[in-house]
Ligand binder design. Sequence first.
Ligand code: DC
Length: 248
Amino acid sequence: MKVTNAFVCLCSLQPEKMKKIIIAIDGYSACGKSSTAQAIAKALNYTYIDTGAMYRAVTFYFLKEKFVSLTNDKEIQKALSEITIDFRYNDKTKLNEVCLNGVSVETEIRKMSISNSVSEVSAIAKVRHFLVAEQQKMGKKRGLVMDGRDIGTVVFPDAELKIFMVADMQTRAMRRQQELFEKNQLVPIEDIIENLQKRDLIDSTRAESPLRKATDAIEVDTTFITLDEQVEYILQLYNSLMIKLTKI
Ligand code: DC
């Protein structure tokens, strides 16, 4: 990731005067949220939290470790009480990896079997309440870039900068296929499209905090722009915002 013009320009502001903010990045699966959020966090020296990874880790625990029935409230409550989720930096991959009860589950949670069930698990109110509370704790000190589906609407409705990312289905599916390919998983494009469509529907129609654009979010369509361009644009938005906030 190259250092962008927007960021170079920002450095002329006095960093000690700049307050740390929360940047909320929401949107559909495979629109480039995670890569963008990660690059922005790195450029600003902020913490990056991938909330999708947290929902995936709970799904992994429920379905692969404990075989929790998704309609049994008691089993769900008990399983949640046994879970600790945090992020730890992996020196080898140079990434913050999601850990379930202290053990990295980064590889397991990216498999299609988890992708196929995660929307169902994330529609459960108890699961959402548990993870939203964890996410709010992580943002207490601000200085955070968090991506997900409900960050600007539910987790941090007071986030200073809110982005809502969209892209057309073919582009999203091709990007996701490439990501899986890089992890040695060969998945036909039709299966990926089916999975994304199913998840879009569940994520945006669930009763509990459905995926929607916050009224004060800025929409970024990533269909025809590169990752560098997405990052540059959001850093420019951040830059303008900080100039405004510093003047106040
Ligand atoms: O970003 P992702 O594809 O890894 O997210 C996996 C699933 O988690 C997604 O289908 C919906 C759910 N999710 C959610 O409901 N709320 C969030 N804040 C993040 C993810």
